[in-house]
Design a protein around this ligand. Structure first.
Ligand code: ADP
Length: 248
């Protein structure tokens, strides 16, 4: 299959830990600009798949390409982050003693620029970018609030904003709505749909109501391979998917 037009291209990828195949001949293709939801029971290989994409884990075999041309297996984690693959882990990690705006500024400037980020005036361009991101993450009226005082959901949004500040081409988002209220979950679906207008996004999620709100193609993993792929209605009507979720 052609890699052109893809943002992420995995073909025949396998990885074993102590003889156990966590990822087994996995093939998964994401078009540039696409948002995809990845589901699957515990142990299906979702985290390991993300680890392979971000360079944390090297596959034993198979192809992993970014943007149709970059062989990710040849790069380390730091390189891959610099290339524009941003990952958000499940637990939010914002700087609690800094304001929302300063959190974004720190991400915009990069981790080695703490003093310039916090003590210098923002350029007009930086101020504009921060305003744009605050709009996307629904925190415009919280810009001066300390990270510590945000709700759990707002911290998740801020962390997504911090990723956006790094200008990624592909965002990997792990269970963004775990622990959120229903209202925050719905807002998160809208927020990610806004982001997906300009970015490619992979969302790993267990909450099927949320996946339905996203309204995107779904890939169900099981035992390290793709079990089923298509609309949520298609995947959730697939007997094999029902079987692995119900454990029959
Ligand atoms: P998921 O994120 O879908 O729950 P994981 O990718 O975390 O699944 O795990 C897939 C399988 O690989 C699990 O059986 C897990 O125990 C195993 N696994 C993952 N990472 C390691 C590791 N570093 N060492 C040994 N086994 C691992």
């Amino acid at each position: 299959m052609s890699k052109s037009g893809t943002i992420l291209y995995l073909d025949g990828v396998s990885v074993s830990f102590d003889g156990f195949r966590a990822i087994n001949n996995l093939s998964l293709v994401l078009d540039r600009g696409e948002m995809r939801a990845i589901i699957g029971p515990n142990g299906a290989g979702k985290t390991t798949m993300m680890d392979i994409v971000t360079g944390k884990t090297k596959p034993d075999s198979g192809e992993v390409y970014f943007n149709g041309e970059i062989d990710l297996t040849r790069h380390d984690e730091a390189d891959i982050a610099m290339m524009g693959i941003g990952r958000k882990f499940q637990k939010p990690t914002v700087f609690e003693s800094h304001t929302v705006e300063d959190n974004l500024m720190l991400s915009l400037k990069g981790p080695r620029s703490i003093f310039p980020a916090l003590f210098h005036r923002k350029t007009a361009d930086e101020a504009r970018r921060i305003d744009d991101i605050l709009g996307i993450i629904r925190l415009g009226d919280k810009r001066h609030m300390l990270g510590a005082n945000l709700s759990h959901g707002q911290k998740q949004w801020l962390e997504i904003g911090m990723l956006l500040a790094q200008d990624p081409k592909l965002l990997l988002v792990d269970e963004p709505v775990a622990g959120m209220t229903d209202a925050e979950t719905e807002e998160t679906a809208r927020l990610l749909k806004d982001i997906a207008k300009t970015h490619s996004v992979v969302v790993v999620e267990h909450d099927m109501h949320f996946v339905r709100e996203l309204g995107v193609k779904v890939t169900c993993l099981h035992e390290g391979s793709v079990l089923s792929e298509g609309t949520l209605d298609f995947v959730s009507a697939d007997d094999r998917v029902v079987e692995v979720y119900l454990g029959r």
